[in-house]
Design a protein around this ligand. Sequence first.
Ligand SMILES: Nc1ncnc2c1ncn2[C@@H]1O[C@H](COP(=O)(O)OP(=O)(O)O)[C@@H](O)[C@H]1O
Ligand SMILES: [Mg+2]
Length: 308
Amino acid sequence: MSLKEAVDEICRYYVGNREVVEKIMAALIAGGHVLIEDVPGVGKTLLAKLFSRVLGLSFKRIQFTPDLLPSDIVGTKVWRREKEAFETVKGPIFTNILLADEINRAPPKTQAALLEAMQELQVTIEGETYVLDKPFLVLATQNPIELEGTYPLPEAQLDRFMLRISLGYPDDRRFLRERMSWKTDDPASLARVVLSREDVLAAMAKVEDVEVVDEVLDYIAEFAAIRSDRRVLAGPSPRALASLLKIARAYALIQGRTYVIPDDVKALAADVLGHRIYLKPEHKLEGVDPRAIVREYLAKIPAPKWRK
Ligand SMILES: Nc1ncnc2c1ncn2[C@@H]1O[C@H](COP(=O)(O)OP(=O)(O)O)[C@@H](O)[C@H]1O
Ligand SMILES: [Mg+2]
């Protein structure tokens, strides 16, 4: 059973763009996290459940609200009278796939608890440190329309996400036909289990072995040119470029290759680099989309002709 077959199975029940599923899979295999910006009802919850089912991984969901506390995420210690001792109750962050729904509805302190855990892969519960499960994929969602009473993630925090994507709408005719044939509102329950947690860990271990020739490395490095774009205050950091390199290797694995080709980089650049570009205030106000800037550079920078 392969990563490709897992993507196939997810795409049987998630009606939408296959490329989106491949990108989320690549983020998971590369040990990254994904910020999904979409309106309700486009299949975010379904997609998270499908990943967990098809890959044999645990799944939890946290609805972020204004009164959510850091301890609601990481856990707490409670006094057990019968045992006359404190017992650690681990929070929902102890899971393989965490759907952090409407992350911008919780105050910054609570957001920070999640973002820190994403970075460090461990949490502290009242002074004691606990290592998180592996793999650990956060799918955080933000509703791009309903912004009232929300706390937008600070730009510096966006860097914690390997990818920022939106799912978009499915082909509605196909969706309704499929919905008729599934006879359920929860098609994730119909999906086959294709891989196990061990398979996922094995795939993760292979990412660093994926070959990247100098021509492709240089191609990735060219995106540093965005730093001197007239609209940009700060362009992609070295960490952002390293992120692009890593997810391109994972993406190549999903395509069944052991080497990265320029097309892997092209498929991912806007979703990896876009949210790591700081625009000058006047261009931000104008509503310039940093992803569009990355696309301009994709069109401008000649891709190496290299083929295996
Ligand atoms: N792209 C899609 N493919 C298959 N089913 C979908 C899709 N989008 C929505 N649905 C169905 O619509 C309902 C709501 O989807 P859900 O995943 O809860 O949306 P969201 O989490 O984005 O608000 C579910 O019954 C789900 O099965
Ligand atoms: Mg949902």
